[in-house]
Design a protein around this ligand. Structure first.
Ligand code: DP6
Length: 329
């Protein structure tokens, strides 16, 4: 199945833009990671993943259609050059939805996260874009269908349709119609995320390329899909039981295992900076001192700390540079 066939399964026949579309979506942080695709064109993952959204950070997108001329993409109030990789990727995605080949979309996107800095701006970006398309064409799709469409733009975007915890099912079907994210029905007001920004400049290798390289050139990767599914089930259970220590320990181990596959790839992929490693040691030392805190990391050098509200004063004293976010505030 091609992405176009896939999209035709989901979209209603109405293919004419009706109005200017608007969408906004949060960033999400995976507690159990997505790393590897079993189908690159359809963005089908080798394993399921589970995330928490950060409503304070995300993307807002406005979108309209013009009958003639190419796409015009504005990111954070700056018009982007047509040859910029960001624009090329976006326009390729928009090709799936174009009513005809002569026209183009005007897309104005505002990010409240640094683009491509390991804080998953592509996740909130494609989720907001799909919501803006839904509004522009007035399709009125359900979240599950929006999640399927967002997945085609960026895998992790499938999870950014929801606030709170979200679970992206790996799915079994070759056509990918069962690989979407769903909200996990649990609120956890005490749950906190601490951002330790080590370096927010653009990363040397993006996730799409990094995971392909790992799948193709890492012998350890064979062990990943099974471990990832086990961790996902453990974290899901821990969320339902509000068992924070199991959640934190499993999430930290899952992130380190993902990075182990990256490091064992040839040529190696190492997103860590010396300061990232120093911060990991700091977290382990704080745990030894009795602070219940864990970390996770994505395809970048920054750490995201996981803890409950009771630990906030101790952590703010130990790590005053940390930005504290409350996903359920
Ligand atoms: C390490 O969703 O950015 O953040 O599907 O190719 O766009 P593409 O990749 P992307 O990968 C995210 C990888 C990760 C882990 C995660 O968010 O699950």
């Amino acid at each position: 199945m091609t992405p176009i066939d896939f999209i035709q399964h989901i979209l209603p026949p109405n293919h004419t833009p009706v109005k200017t579309g608007y969408g906004q979506a949060p960033v999400n942080i995976a507690l159990s990671k997505y790393w590897g695709k079993r189908d690159v064109a359809l963005n089908l993952p080798t394993n399921g993943s589970l995330s928490i959204s950060l409503p304070e950070l995300g993307t807002e997108t406005r979108l309209s259609w013009h009958e003639t001329g190419p796409d015009k993409i504005t990111l954070n109030n700056e018009e982007m050059a047509p040859e910029a990789p960001f624009v090329k990727r976006l326009s390729r995605f928009l090709n799936f939805f174009r009513p005809d080949a002569n026209g183009g979309f005007d897309v104005e996107t505002l990010n409240t996260v640094p683009t491509a800095a390991g804080l998953a701006s592509s996740a909130s970006g494609y989720a907001a874009l799909v919501k803006a398309l839904d509004d522009c064409f007035q399709w009125q799709l359900a979240p599950r269908e929006l999640s399927l469409l967002a997945r085609l733009g960026s895998g992790s975007a499938s999870r950014s349709l929801y606030d709170g915890f979200a679970l992206w099912h790996k799915g079994e079907r070759a056509d990918g119609l069962d690989s979407y994210a769903e909200k996990i029905d649990q609120t956890w007001p005490e749950f906190c995320i601490g951002l330790l920004e080590i370096d927010t400049s653009t990363k040397p290798i993006g996730s799409t390329q990094g995971m392909q390289q790992t799948v193709n050139h890492c012998e350890l990767y064979q062990a990943w899909p099974e471990k990832a599914e086990q961790d996902l089930a453990t974290i899901h259970r821990a969320i339902l039981d509000k068992d924070f220590q199991t959640l934190g320990a499993t999430a930290e181990n899952n992130a380190l295992a993902m990075h182990a596959t990256m490091i064992a790839t040839w040529p190696p992929i190492l997103y860590w900076q010396p300061e990232s490693v120093a911060a990991m040691h700091r977290v382990w030392q704080l745990r030894q001192e009795g602070v219940t805190v864990y970390f996770t990391m994505d395809a970048g050098p920054n750490l995201k700390l996981l803890f409950l509200e009771t630990e906030t004063p101790a952590l703010m004293r130990a790590l005053p540079e940390m930005k504290c976010l409350k996903p359920f505030a």
